[in-house]
Design a protein around this ligand. Sequence first.
Ligand code: FES
Length: 181
Amino acid sequence: MLNSNQTLIGTDEQTDRRSYLAWLMGLCAAGVGTVLALPLVRFLLYPIKVKTTDLKWSDVGPVSDFSSLNAPVQRSITVEQIDGWRKNVSDKVVYVTRNAENGLQVLSAVCPHLGCSVQWRGTLNEFVCPCHSATFKPDGTRTGGPAPRGMDTLQSEIQSGRLMVRYQYFRQLVPGKEVIG
Ligand code: FES
């Protein structure tokens, strides 16, 4: 027969065992929680690690289309931009024209003044911005109006017989060309 002291000792041992089991289960739960949270943390941090201006090359067309170019031509291109885990696809207007060395170059149609879409006026042999009448030579050099610089050239190259361009955005209202995205 157990006396009251033995009963108390037995109760203390059971309490210790239960506390130890609870501590062990808590440790296991914390370990499992950490393992399960790792993919979530990686997913959340992915957009921070990825470059937000990861631009792909856009196809302007076969370079043979521009071999006898003697005036700027307008082209619509598809631009793919990676923004974190989101992919943006949009259409942009560019002009293919000749530079001062008679080589091909691609100009952004975005006016460096306030961002209106610059238009080629063949009869005037110049680009004209419809918003505040900035004017530019066929090679994009500024000739008049409030635009602080000439039209922005885009990085371009010929790949497998096709004219390719990397579309970028530039800061407006400043005299120098500054990439903003
Ligand atoms: S936006 Fe082109 S001149 Fe103002």
